[in-house]
Ligand binder design. Structure first.
Ligand code: BES
Ligand code: MN
Ligand code: ZN
Length: 505
């Protein structure tokens, strides 16, 4: 259940808490004003609170003091107020101070915070980022714990205080932030769920549930239909599994959509667990491979945001889903399979499975729809992590305009992408003697040869982008002791689609 979310112009009455974000710049006067109201010595407060990033200090004003609630938490932002740094700071504070903030709290961007000098548009953006952060901070990763869980108060109300002139804008941002956070919370669960709680059938059910809740269409192809359609890539990777594959097709097409509205195709890798198959992975950290459907989670999330906000774009998203397991029926290195669009693949390594199932997905999109743009997301290669680490996804694109739009959406959302080349010089590495292409390109430029492989299945589409999210979908964070889902891609795609929708209007 979502808490009550609102834009207001005064602190909430007690019992509630007020979170006051503060920049280092122009801190002294802001603290002096607070000190006076709360009845503490300004110099002492200034000595004890420097507004360093993530610094938190609690103040407890006497009852009925200047309309202040009984509890005020100051939050340091350092010297930055970008939406990304602000979202991070508020999310971390809301997460770590959950017990102190309690069931109802307000985020102050208008009264005591020294952010109140920002322009209305910027303040409204921060209001949205603050609400998104507050919602994400409520995520409960310990869903399977039966004991030792510290009960935390359910958040019932979050208000953001903004100056009157920024309130209308902030209201719009609040709607976006809420839709985005809902989709991200779902993606957290999907990626964190282990293979025995989220197999290909359950992933399809989860997509159907998202569609029912957010309002988009979902159609699932089961094994017999996948066979009838000739999706030989997905079937090959699924051969060693006891769970049949699914091919999930989602569509968002709002009523009264103008004929010239942008038409975007999405594809997400939905490997619910990747053992590597016969080319089996070493067992160290193999458990991380429950996150190998991070691309699927991202596109389901993007569908959810588009539907909740009724964005004026036509979206089609597909997810080929299966696990990748070794058994007596499993595909072997050397096997040759025929994919949906007729191209054949020599399987040189069964652990390079993502590209094989995405071949069918991209073939399906290009054969059945006239799309202006195609974007696929996949936890595709360890090589992409070697290239970019954990701080940016690899971006590969056949179109410069699309690449630029995704780079900009990455900056805005904080989910950054970095473009890598798709030069034909890399193509010989995936040349097969017997088949049209092979699924292994060797160590040099492993993320690039994977992208070159996918490119073969895009029918030379001039506006296709591939995002390798292997390093960004599942990582260390302040919100969990082990690696966990970041929901990477949901905010990036949402920002990209919001940009398209704006241009379309
Ligand atoms: N799912 C993995 C890629 C991956 C690695 C994602 C680490 C997240 C973290 C993918 O299916 C895979 O196994 N890729 C191989 C490809 C290789 C065999 C060409 C890899 O990266 O080692
Ligand atoms: Mn693999
Ligand atoms: Zn994989």
């Amino acid at each position: 259940m979502l808490p009550n979310l609102q834009i207001v112009n005064a602190p909430l009455p007690s019992p509630a808490a007020l979170l006051v974000p503060l920049l280092t710049n122009n801190l002294a006067p802001a603290l002096a004003a607070l000190a006076q109201l709360v009845g503490v010595d300004a110099a002492v407060l200034q000595a004890d609170f420097k507004a360093k990033a993530n610094e938190v200090l609690g103040l407890y004003p006497p009852a009925n003091q200047g309309g202040l609630p009984a509890k005020v938490l100051l939050l340091g932002l350092g010297d930055q107020a970008s939406p990304t740094s602000f979202r991070k700071a508020v999310r971390q504070a809301a997460f770590q101070q959950k017990a102190k903030l309690g069931e109802r709290w307000a985020l102050d961007l208008g009264t005591f915070s020294n952010l109140n000098t920002l322009e209305d548009r910027e303040l409204a953006t921060l209001a949205g980022a603050g609400v998104q952060a507050a919602l994400l901070a409520q995520y409960d990763i310990a869903k399977f714990k039966t004991e030792g869980k510290e009960p935390s108060p359910a958040l019932t109300e979050v208000a953001v205080i903004v100056p009157p002139a920024a309130q209308a804008l902030a209201q719009t941002q609040l709607a976006k932030a809420t839709a985005l956070a809902q989709a991200q919370l779902r993606a957290f669960d999907l990626v964190n769920l282990p293979g025995n709680h989220l197999n290909a059938l359950q992933l399809a059910q989860a997509a159907q549930q998202a569609g029912a809740e957010a309002g988009f269409q979902v159609r699932v192809l089961y094994k017999a239909e996948i066979e009838a359609e000739g999706m030989g890539g997905l079937l090959a990777i699924n051969q060693g599994s006891v769970i049949p594959p699914t091919f999930i097709i989602m569509e968002h097409r709002p009523a009264n959509l103008p004929a010239d509205a942008p038409k975007v195709g999405l594809a997400g890798k939905g490997v619910t667990f990747d053992t590597g198959g016969i080319s089996i992975k070493p067992s160290d950290n193999m458990g991380w491979m429950k996150s190998d459907m991070g691309g699927a989670a991202a596109v389901i999330g993007a569908m959810e945001v588009a539907a909740r906000l009724q964005l004026p774009v036509h979206l089609v998203a597909v997810v080929p889903a299966t696990d990748n397991k070794p058994d007596g029926n499993a595909i072997e290195p050397g096997d040759i399979v025929r994919t949906y669009n007729g191209l054949t693949i020599e399987i040189e390594d069964t652990d390079a499975e993502g590209r094989v199932i995405l071949a069918d997905a991209l073939g399906y999109l290009t054969k059945n729809y006239q799309l202006d743009t195609i974007i696929d997301l996949a936890t595709l290669t360890g090589a992409c992590i070697v290239a970019l680490g954990y701080h940016a996804a690899g971006l590969f694109s056949s179109g410069d305009e699309l690449a630029a739009a995704l780079e900009q959406a990455g900056q805005r959302s904080g989910e950054r992408v970095w473009r890598l080349p798709l030069w034909d010089d890399y193509a010989p590495q995936i040349k097969s003697d017997m088949a049209d292409v092979k699924n292994l390109g060797g160590r040099p430029g492993g993320a690039i040869t994977a992208a070159k492989f996918l490119e073969r299945f895009t029918a030379k589409h001039p506006a296709w982008a591939h995002l390798d999210i292997a390093g960004t979908a599942f990582s260390d964070s302040p919100y969990a002791g082990q690696r966990s889902s970041t929901a990477f891609g949901v905010a990036l795609l949402a920002e990209y689609l919001l940009g398209l929708a704006k241009m379309a209007k």
